[in-house]
Ligand binder design. Structure first.
Ligand code: GDP
Length: 299
């Protein structure tokens, strides 16, 4: 399936290294566990998460022993699943439309592309969508979003580059209410020169949304680039401090060996990954399924 294909490189790095430190049928000893540790780190699972997993594996090995590499894989799957389940929660949808979604994240992570893909995904689910092009900071982001919108036949409310994102959002909210649109997705500027600027801007957008639609924004999706690894995590933290992030859209999962970042996101940001970007085409966005992800990863 598509998840399996997307995490091929991470699987090659992680699953093959599990095979190289422990034979499937041989008992797992402390020495082979010691060798597993750097491999988890190499998959970008992160030092905090790796420490938790290794501690649990060592305890388990001491208590009951780990009889085989196959059993080790099984235990690892359960451990990883627990970490992801620990931060997952059902998405809250408003009783009445429009559902308002803010897309936040650093430029270059794939925020605009993801906004277009998400509009397409919801359209194929039969929901009406309105896009708001409020990335008034990055040149070409607005035109880029218009191209995506055309492909999935979704209308866009925009403002000119350098304009006020909240003004664009205001117009879009008004239009969504008047048209009875199911979902309004707003692309925002991914500028990051200071945390205060970022907070101010996101706060203003939040207040604008709240004023026109009670309870809005209902979702704030933080777009993260899987290939940036631990560095991306650092930047993501700023956004979680500036906005009430509901979950992560992890882009560029295709072709990276750093898919383990999903676990670091859970442990360090305490946030679930909700969608995964697995390519550059419009339908290359899939709802994130943690069981499928872990099965693909550990093999
Ligand atoms: P923004 O600055 O955050 O709005 O980033 P863009 O949406 O312009 O995306 C930056 C680049 O990443 C573009 O070349 C996209 O095609 C590419 N991109 C976005 N998502 C994915 C993904 O899931 N997989 C791959 N391979 N490329 C992606």
């Amino acid at each position: 399936d598509r998840m399996k294909q997307a995490v091929t490189r991470t699987r090659e790095s992680l699953s093959d290294s599990i095979s190289s430190v422990v034979a499937l049928t041989r008992e797992v000893d402390q020495a082979s566990l010691d060798e597993l540790e750097p491999r988890l780190l190499a998959a970008d699972i992160g030092s905090a998460t790796t420490a938790i997993i290794m501690e649990n594996l060592r305890q388990r090995a001491l208590r009951t022993g780990i009889e085989s590499g196959a059993q080790l894989r099984q235990i690892l799957k359960v451990e990883l699943k627990q970490i992801l389940d620990g931060v997952s929660r059902p998405m809250q949808h408003p009783a009445a439309p429009p559902e308002v979604i803010l897309m936040v994240g650093v430029n270059g992570t794939g925020k605009t592309t993801t906004t277009g893909k998400l509009a397409n995904l919801y359209r194929t689910q039969g929901r009406s969508v309105l896009l708001c092009a409020a990335d008034t900071f990055r040149a070409a982001a607005i035109e880029q979003l218009e191209v995506w919108a055309q492909r999935s036949d979704v209308p866009v409310i925009k403002t000119k580059q350098g304009g006020d994102p909240s003004a664009a959002l205001y117009d879009a909210l008004t239009a969504a209410k008047a048209r009875g649109t199911d979902v309004l997705i707003a692309d925002t500027a991914g500028r990051l020169h200071t945390k205060t600027d970022l907070m101010k801007e996101l706060d203003k957008m939040r207040r604008t949304a709240e004023k026109l639609v009670p309870g809005a924004p209902h979702q704030t999706f933080l777009v993260m680039d899987a290939t940036t690894g631990q560095n991306g995590l650092q930047q993501a933290r700023l956004f979680t401090e500036a906005a009430r992030v509901s979950g992560i859209v992890l882009t560029k999962l295709d072709g990276t060996a750093k898919g383990g970042i999903v676990l670091a996101i859970a442990t360090e940001l305490k946030l679930p990954v909700l969608y995964a970007g697995i390519g550059e085409k419009i339908d290359d966005l899939i709802p994130f399924d943690s069981t499928a992800f872990i099965d693909s990863l550990v093999g």
